[in-house]
Design a protein around this ligand. Structure first.
Ligand SMILES: Nc1ncnc2c1ncn2[C@@H]1O[C@H](COP(=O)(O)OP(=O)(O)OP(=O)(O)O)[C@@H](O)[C@H]1O
Length: 228
């Protein structure tokens, strides 16, 4: 599904965020991206969602070279990817329902599709009863579940999560992980950047470790491998 071929990323200030990274992530995989602060995890993610472009090398997404796509094609790429962030990034003036519906409105889904898909996504994350509530009235874990509903509502083949449990307590973090695991078991590919050692060590998924912008380890059923 994703193929990095000799990818390097240098920022304009000279920072070398990724150097000669080659890796392949297949459809249906669950991959943890780990590594010390500044190792290049967020940059790896930004290259996939085309928030940044590689300085060198090629990135293929579903057999399409996304290093070369035109700006007007970027919205089509982003439709195929649900993104989840550490700080949830919900719209504060919209209800839970409206936050999830918004992700469908921007891709011009019909009202009928929206009325069908939003309740189903909210029920997947266990928040069907909170549809009319504002994000500020929810706990951190509930807010992250709204963000997950928003990420899955368009049924993308790929979910990318950048530190999704970074602001959550351990129990709530595990609820979020169970949800991501369920979503993955339904066939969605999941890539998650994290510093959560406990989670990585317990879930026994593929682990790609970046260090100073290079792949230092790539293990099936891997471990976190660092002291926090
Ligand atoms: N927009 C930017 N401009 C300049 N340098 C950047 C930019 N974004 C990241 N960097 C640099 O690139 C390197 C990799 O950063 P990146 O954010 O990808 O690491 P990370 O592994 O996600 O770190 P963390 O775990 O702290 O989030 C770092 O040296 C960082 O300072």
């Amino acid at each position: 599904m994703i193929h990095f071929l000799n990818v390097s990323k240098f920022y304009p200030n000279g920072a070398r965020a990724l150097t000669d990274v080659t890796t392949r992530i297949e459809k249906g995989e669950f991959v943890f991206l780990v590594g010390p602060s500044g190792a290049g995890k967020s940059t790896f993610i930004k290259l996939i969602i085309k928030e940044e472009a590689p300085s060198r090398g090629q990135i293929m997404f579903n057999n399409k070279n996304i290093s070369r796509i035109r700006p007007r094609e970027i919205p089509y790429l982003r439709r195929s990817i649900g993104v989840i962030f550490q700080d949830f990034k919900l719209l504060p003036n919209k209800t839970v329902y409206e936050n999830v519906a918004f992700a469908m409105e921007v891709i011009e889904a019909s009202k009928r599709e929206i009325r069908k898909a939003v309740p189903s996504a909210l029920s997947m994350v266990g928040l069907e009863k909170k549809a009319d509530v504002m994000p500020s009235e929810l706990s951190g874990g509930e807010q992250q579940r709204v963000a997950i509903a928003r990420a899955i509502v368009n049924n993308p083949p790929l979910i990318i999560a950048d530190e999704p449990t970074g602001n959550l307590d351990p129990d709530t973090s595990w609820e979020i992980m169970r949800l991501l695991d369920d979503i993955n078991k339904c066939g969605t590919t999941v890539i998650m950047a994290t510093h959560a050692k406990e989670i990585v060590d317990n879930m026994k998924k593929r682990v790609i470790a970046l260090e100073k912008g290079r792949i230092a380890r790539d293990e099936q059923r891997g471990v976190y491998g660092y002291e926090n």
